[in-house]
Write a protein that binds this ligand. Sequence first.
Ligand code: URA
Length: 212
Amino acid sequence: MRLHVLDHPLIAHKLTVLRDKTTPSPVFRQLVEELVTLLAYEATREVRVEEKEIETPVAQTIGRKMADPRPLVVPILRAGLGMLEGMTRLVPTAEVGFLGMVRDHDTLEITTYANRLPDNLAGRQCFVLDPMLATGGTLVAAIEYLLDLGARDVTAVCLLAAPEGLERVAKDIGHRAEVTIVTAAVDERLDEHAYIVPGLGDAGDRLYGVVD
Ligand code: URA
């Protein structure tokens, strides 16, 4: 597993506003988009391109364009949806699939309640959007889902990661595929409710409000 923790003053600034519990949902949503666009820049560093001959107003030259098949962006519902706009702003021609996964607050068990993905992901570069890499349970389940469909090149974009989650992804997935994690910060630990400390709280609730 490869881990990229982005060290940039703008990322640190935006993340600090996100962490602040007084930041209201509309500002939180806007900042998540902006932060994801910055993370996406790093996450797509190895996106596949191919040569393309073009004519500028002055001369012919060889440039590069994104290769087919296009990358697949997979937000994990619900909170990952808040990251989609920030990602597709940078990669507008990417295809988008969806995975709906929910973690039971008591048992921490993960259930997949929705999926909309191509049947065959062989040869596809996949970018999973999951804001909080906490226990790693959801991300491991999502990556396994993609691997079972043939994907071998998976990058997870997370706003925050906990050491426990990183360890779990490395242990559970490391032997099956080369997975890259791009995040704005690795926090201290998880609390007894599996929240990231200091974290930013429940990302879904902060994006969309509490749903009971
Ligand atoms: N999910 C969240 O939204 N926040 C956490 O801190 C952990 C998991």
